[in-house]
Design a protein around this ligand. Structure first.
Ligand code: ZN
Length: 414
């Protein structure tokens, strides 16, 4: 009997255990347009106070979210700020952020000198790193080759913050999530660590037991400077957490899984696009080479299986030149017939005269999160893109309206 056990049942049990383990991991998928996402070397900034003694000027990048690679005097008495990406090749999302001050009050012209790529983000200024405003257009101009940009700044011994976008570091994101976690339907937790050991922040929204509920996945900040997409995601979450009949019904009916900061290393290191493995995380949703995507994808595989949740919708918030929705083509399988057409129409109708709610569909060709939602779960999938300079008050309204229109469709559907 013991022998029979050993030779027949033991291998069977082992095989079951192994298959159980395997099914708790996200399945790899070879997309037609694959991308090599194995680790690449990145260059770190020299974190210090940069000074030009002749001009009595100083700049500082010793804070999370900073990007400043050089600070020198130009021939015509101005200042040149060097800005480099973390590595190349890279999408030219030339992000910068630094503090600057002067020993004596003076007006100075600062050149943003991009050592790769070209100017993208209209400069924002702040006195405290928290409240930001766009630089006055009279004090900003582009070089004739449209690569570099110039700012005229009035400096004093008080610190002025200059940045491509409002700072929203991993600490800021965590603070916001903990605020949300005050809501009785929100559960906050840490689901792993980035390559450099920063928390992978997670929260889940829903009333009661998530067992057998349909699920919606929300992601943001795979790309560090894409702060406007993150602001829309925040407004979207706020919409879901409202105390209204539709939002209450939505939280009752669905399980909502949120990773608001997919790339904490990239965000805190002031990266243009990549994680600390030098890789675009939004091309790693095929073989999960990067720690961040691997842990998040495996968490989904494991928890969705355990709770028997069917994912019906995946949303990933990003930023680009203008507002646009990257959706799937009509041929891609979906569990909610016609969802994206009704949803985008609903958003469009809420803003008479608003045209940027453009729909740009594509098939599942590249290893992006959007295509992963479609392939892994046959879920509706949308990359929700906000323009870099879309007015912030509009982003907040649009994010809320988008949540409302989505909830209406999903709660009321048959
Ligand atoms: Zn992006």
């Amino acid at each position: 009997m013991t022998k029979i056990l050993r030779f027949f049942f033991l291998p069977l049990i082992l095989a079951c255990l192994l298959s159980q383990c395997a099914s708790n991991k996200a399945k790899p998928y070879d997309f037609p347009r694959g991308v090599d996402t194995t680790n690449k070397t990145i260059e770190y900034q020299s974190k210090k106070i940069y000074s030009i003694p002749q001009l009595g000027l100083h700049a500082d990048n010793r804070f999370d979210g900073a990007r400043l690679n050089g600070f020198s005097k130009t021939e015509d008495g101005g200042v040149r700020v060097d800005i480099k990406p973390e590595n190349t090749p890279i999408n030219p999302s030339a992000y910068y952020a630094f503090k600057i001050w002067s020993d004596d009050p003076q007006e100075i012209v600062v050149e943003l000198n991009y050592l790769h790529g070209r100017h993208r983000y209209y400069p924002k200024l702040s006195k405290d790193g928290k409240v930001w405003s766009q630089i006055n257009s009279a004090n900003f101009w582009m070089a004739t080759d449209t690569i570099n940009a110039y700012l005229r700044l009035n400096l004093t011994s008080d610190t002025l913050w200059v940045a491509a976008q409002e700072l929203n570091t991993s600490e800021d994101v965590k603070k916001w999530c903990l605020e949300k976690a005050q809501h009785p339907d929100v559960n906050f937790s840490i689901k792993g660590k980035s390559k450099l050991g920063r928390d992978l922040i997670y929260f889940e929204i829903g009333k009661g037991d998530p067992y057998k509920k349909e699920a919606i996945i929300i992601l943001s900040r795979q790309h560090p400077p894409e702060v406007t997409g993150y602001l829309a995601m925040q407004a979207f979450i706020n919409g879901i957490l409202e105390d209204t009949p539709i939002a209450n019904a939505f939280r009752e009916k669905f399980r909502i899984l949120v990773f608001p900061l997919m790339n904490p290393d990239g965000v805190d290191l002031g990266h243009w696009r990549h994680n600390s493995g030098g890789v675009d995380l939004n091309r790693d949703w095929a073989f999960y080479n990067q720690a961040e995507v691997k842990q998040v994808a495996d968490y989904f595989a494991q928890t969705l299986k355990k709770n028997k949740n069917s994912v019906i919708l995946g949303l990933d918030f990003h930023s680009t030149a203008r507002d646009v929705f990257y959706t799937m083509t009509d041929e891609t399988p979906s569990k909610i017939k016609g969802f994206k057409d009704y949803w985008l129409q609903g958003i469009q109708d809420a803003f008479p005269g608003y045209t940027p709610a453009r729909d740009a569909p594509s098939g599942p060709l590249t290893p992006t999160s959007k295509n992963w939602f479609a392939i892994q779960y046959e879920a509706d999938a949308v990359t929700y893109e906000i323009g870099d300079e879309t007015p912030r008050d509009f982003i907040l309204i649009k994010g809320r309206v988008s949540a409302y229109e989505m909830m209406k469709l999903l709660v009321l559907r048959e």
